[in-house]
Design a protein. Sequence first.
Length: 279
Amino acid sequence: MTLSEQSKALACAVRAARAAGDLMRRNLFAVKKINATSAHDIKLELDVRCQKLIERALHKSYPRIALLGEEGVAGDPTAPQRWVVDPIDGTVNFAYGVPHACVSIALQIQNLAAEFATVVGVVFDPFCDELWTAIRGHPARLNGKVIHVSDRSTLGEAIVSIGFAKTTATLNATLPYFNELVRRVRKVRMMGAAALALTYVATGRFDAYIERGIRLWDIAAGGLIIECAGGEFWREPVPGFHKYRMLASNGRLRKKLEGFGYDGIGPISTPPQRVGRSR
Ligand code: IPD
Ligand code: CA
């Protein structure tokens, strides 16, 4: 894909994200229809409506590109290009009327090794009207302005955000790490929207984000945005449908965060080997 093609795809993803964001904004305080609940999660009818809206917008311009979304897949699953979509990231916040949620859209392309690489990423927060964009190899932007990760290099001055995911297993595995981390950093934050936590790292508001059981649609766009903002996005697949453990940071803090045992999954054990470029 040429840069001009990537720019067009980015513009299309931005239109789709803004349309879904508009629907979210209009419904923040509405009574929302719940499709399903579990101990630590809620699924809304609006999740599905937002995804459909995004699907239509993307499909109109790109009928041959498949879509992998939190609310289901569309198109040819063997297609070499796919949109990776989280129509509402931060659904529980949104369901409770907390204005901290976003739309996340990434475009991924298969390389010769048949691995998907994110080339375009968009995250839109409709409540703060903040739009993050990135094209691989180019600077990340917030509302058009180039952004960069923080240069903080000590844990003592860092804000580290954590996601506890949705299962008892991830809660139990993350709590010992949280217990240790909270004593060492300036603040731990749990904001409930992984894609926004990643863009906050990219913008230098947070210094790192950690989660042990997260899905591709939560992190595909934000991961690229972090890398294009000069940060690091380490992740590794774990059992489950497009499930990962991850550590994203400004780069300077990774070793220190690994240093006391973040391995992404279990209680304290070996640190992850390498925080690599996203594919
Ligand atoms: C969730 C949020 C949450 C994170 C979970 C995600 P959803 O996405 O990003 O912060 O901890 O792992 O699944 O369900 O609100 O789209
Ligand atoms: Ca999500």
